[in-house]
Design a protein around this ligand. Structure first.
Ligand code: SF4
Length: 222
């Protein structure tokens, strides 16, 4: 079990899945850069970032709920947690019956090729399970394009992937070493590409680079 001071943000799971170096630059070196993709994500989150609740018949909705899991060493804020009234679930204050928690996470763009969104949502479910002493089998991701929900099952495979990502994140942060850059296609969509400079690794030595550059200048330029 982790202590409160060891907890790491759930949002870092998407970074470690996307690229270990990006994760280290953000969470160890504290560097961050905004690009169109992160800005769009921020706008999409503006509505859900407002704390509050709502009640509609057999549905209760909690927004911007602070959550944590001491077994995985994670904390964060759930965009939306719905509570559906049913035959099983948890007891809520001042309302009768049992209510099943159902986390919903809002994402910009469309479903991604990797599992980072599913892992982030599963981490929220694991937080709620630990906090509410219950089990949660399903949640949903709401994408900006198309504007609709995608159901996510918290099966054994996704739970294992989430635990593995959390362990990898803690190892990276504890070691405190930023991995070297390796250029791959996804770097073109990375908010840190200007800071990371993944293509620079092809230049073996700075003096060789400067010599090559100077040799390319003609007399007129000088
Ligand atoms: S530019 Fe590429 S290597 Fe660098 S942090 Fe981003 S994804 Fe990782």
């Amino acid at each position: 079990m982790y202590q409160e001071s060891d907890l790491l943000p759930i949002s870092a799971l998407q970074h470690i899945i996307f690229c270990e170096r990006q994760c280290a630059l953000i969470h160890i070196e504290r560097q961050w850069a905004e690009n169109r993709l992160t800005a769009e994500g921020q706008i999409l989150h503006e509505k859900t970032d407002k704390e509050g609740g709502e009640s509609r018949g057999n549905l209760r909705i909690a927004r911007a709920l602070y959550i944590h899991n001491f077994e995985l060493g994670l904390y964060g804020k759930a965009d939306v947690v719905e509570f559906h009234k049913g035959s099983s679930g948890v007891v809520l204050p001042n309302v009768e019956g049992l209510w099943k928690p159902f986390p919903v996470e809002y994402k910009r763009g469309k479903p991604k090729a990797d599992c980072c969104d599913e892992v982030q949502l599963c981490a929220q479910a694991l937080c709620l399970e630990e906090m509410l002493c219950t089990s949660i089998q399903e949640g949903a991701l709401f994408y900006g394009t198309p504007r609709r929900r995608t159901a996510v099952q918290f099966d054994g495979t996704l739970r294992s992937a989430t635990k593995a990502a959390a362990e990898k994140l803690h190892t990276l942060i504890t070691n405190g070493i930023t991995p070297p850059a390796v250029y791959v296609k996804k770097c073109d969509n990375c908010s840190l590409i200007e800071l990371c400079m993944p293509k620079m690794k092809k230049i073996k030595k700075a003096d060789a680079y400067i010599n090559t550059f100077i040799a390319g200048l003609n007399e007129d330029t000088l």
